[in-house]
Structure formats: structure tokens, C-alpha cells
Write a protein that binds this ligand. Sequence first.
Ligand code: SF4
Length: 64
Amino acid sequence: MRLHIDWTACDGRGVCTELLTEMLTEDDWGFPVLRNGDTVPPPLDGAARRAVDRCPMLALRLVT
Ligand code: SF4
């Protein structure tokens, strides 16, 4: 799976970066930045799904 961020929808409040710290960090404005690409390692599947489910702007999506 890959994690897709819709930049037109994201408001940069950083919920996802708190829930998925292994994959995401924040830039200077609070917007998420992928640490090492968008591929979700299998052990992080659950955390990635939680981040997607809790994004208030529906800006995150998992793509297979
Ligand atoms: S939780 Fe959603 S809206 Fe908030 S920073 Fe992450 S992608 Fe953007």
C-alpha cells in the first residue's frame, strides 16, 4: 500500500504526523512530509489506516 496526501485538502494541523510518526514528519508550517517515500511498511498498516480514518479533512488515502 501507498499513502497518498491530497495537498489541496490538507489544512496542516498535523493529526496524521502524531499518529504515524514512523512515516510522517511536519514541515515548518505543520504540513505532513513523508520521511522515506509513500510505501507503507506492513507493520504500519494499522497505524496508517488510523491516520487515514482520523484525518479531519479526508486528505489521506491508502492506495494499493
Ligand atoms: S491529518 Fe489530514 S489535514 Fe491534518 S495534516 Fe494530516 S493530512 Fe493534513
